[in-house]
Design a protein around this ligand. Sequence first.
Ligand SMILES: O=C[C@H](O)[C@H](O)COP(=O)(O)O
Ligand SMILES: C=C(OP(=O)(O)O)C(=O)O
Length: 359
Amino acid sequence: MSGKKLENLNVASQETLITPEALKQEMPLSDTAAETVANGRQAIYNIMDGKDHRLFIVVGPCSIHDVEAARDYATRLKKLADEVSDTLLLVMRVYFEKPRTTVGWKGLINDPHLNDTFDIEQGLHIGRRLLLDINEMGLPVATEALDPISPQYLQDSIAWSAIGARTTESQTHREMSSGLSMAIGFKNGTDGSLDVAVNAMKSVSHPHSFLGIDQQGKVAIIRTKGNHYGHVVLRGGGGKPNYDSVNVALCEQALDKAGLRKSIMVDCSHANSNKDPAIQPLVMQDVTHQILEGNQSIQSLMVESHINWGSQSLPDDLADLKYGVSVTDACIDWETTEKAIRDMRDKLKEVLPKRATSA
Ligand SMILES: O=C[C@H](O)[C@H](O)COP(=O)(O)O
Ligand SMILES: C=C(OP(=O)(O)O)C(=O)O
């Protein structure tokens, strides 16, 4: 046997993490919270199957960095969700894992103290506590499934998941999604390509076998049944939006050709807003107009919204952080969110119950 060290040459250290089972024993879902998750998932399935006339809207901060502000936001959103529930199903965007173009803060689970200490075990605890509390309020939750291990710790409390533009083409993420227990939205690529999302939907509906971990944290072969509730998320890309009626029609054609469900989510942010939050309400208005004009395939929207407008860089002294302002992409503020959602509800209230979806 060679004495040469050949592995882990670039690994600085390794630590064993709490198991998914132990975290869930410490922080179990209450009956009320479990009901919120199950009802939220079923309502989304019903919308996608054309059995529920409502639109679902994934709305909330680009990322969660302050759990108190997230609870404040959830309390406001729950009130609004109840008010518009005859027309819109509001699901709170609770994103803990941020895919970065190059480097940057990777979210609350990876670095919960926002200071490069990467206390992932604490991040899982803080994240799970928040998910339980929001579900306890009766508000269903949406997140991005980025890390292939973390779902075993958190996905029992999630009603809808996204695969991001940077990972829709990744086999690992498609395999994982084929086993997730909720509807999954696949973003088009950052260059605007739709093919990657269409291919992801094909892949995810099939069973897969791959490496993962079980509830005891042991490496396992995971064998999945396939997920039949994949759908496309149009987020724009390559410097161009794709929420307009021409791009939506092209997307419908591509889905039709591939024999896939014609269920489209429009992401009002990212390349569809050129990352300018002021554009998001305009995208919402455009989508409303498309539905009034007879569109049948847009079943959901995504909106990046926080308590206060815009974004901030992480300051050297965290005491300088502004309350309720995103530390990743810029968001619309709460007043604008309420207004845009109420406008949408008022305009679609009579029309949606009469709409025959094509999904
Ligand atoms: O939604 C958030 C960002 O658009 C995404 O995580 C990429 O961020 P970055 O380009 O700032 O790294
Ligand atoms: C990273 C995100 O979006 P995208 O994958 O579309 O860039 C997001 O929604 O937070």
